[in-house]
Design a protein. Structure first.
Length: 205
């Protein structure tokens, strides 16, 4: 089961590098400064109004005893937010890390879901289906990609796996815009590939 803390970023979803994140000033006005608590509550409200169930807001903000993240405005190194939920029987997740603050990313997700609600109210089934392609479907817990799929090679590929690993690591490493999750997936695939092809693992990096 997905935990609310620490952040469980969805597999395959690219990360925004720290230097590319935006300030959340657009969410503020003179009398209403955006807070984590307010943005959190709005996100949950919009999610429930949209008909989402089993909602889990995953972040690097510690959670209270009721599972909700604390209304704390401290800046943290990774302010990303991932919302896991079920909609019409499907397990889905939507994630944002465009802003430098947790509150900004919470607010961005709330606004996105608010827009989805308008489509649910006024749009056709086809429009709604297209809108929800932006949400990532979650694979069953016991499902794992075959190593060749992770590495992007054909079923008959039998080349230098160590060189391939280094090439893919340059794309998946957090410093290159990837994530720890993508690197972990690649490491597992590398181990499995070496075993299947009988190649020595050696030093990966």
């Amino acid at each position: 089961m997905t935990e609310a803390y620490p952040l469980r970023w969805p597999d395959g979803e690219p990360r925004t590098p720290a230097h590319g994140r935006k300030r959340d000033n657009k969410f503020h006005d003179r009398n209403d400064r955006l807070s984590v608590g307010k943005a959190r509550d709005q996100l949950l409200r919009e999610s429930r109004l949209a008909g989402f169930t089993d909602i889990i807001v995953s972040s690097n903000v510690p959670t209270r005893t009721d599972g909700l993240l604390y209304a704390d405005n401290k800046r943290i190194e990774d302010p990303g937010i991932a919302v896991y939920f079920k909609f019409k029987g499907k397990s889905l997740v939507m994630a944002r890390d465009d802003y430098i603050s947790v509150a900004g990313n919470l607010r961005e997700l709330a606004l996105a879901i608010q827009g989805m609600r308008q489509m649910l109210r006024h749009g056709s089934d086809r429009m709604i289906e297209q809108a929800f392609t932006g949400f990532i479907a979650i694979a069953p817990p016991d499902w794992k990609k075959p190593w060749r799929q992770v590495c992007g090679v054909k079923p008959d590929w039998n080349g230098d796996l160590k060189a391939l690993y280094r090439e893919k690591a340059r794309e998946r490493h957090p410093d290159a815009g990837g994530s720890d999750t993508l690197m972990a997936e690649l490491n597992v695939a590398y181990e499995e590939g070496c075993q299947e092809l009988g190649q020595s693992r050696g030093t990966q990096h």
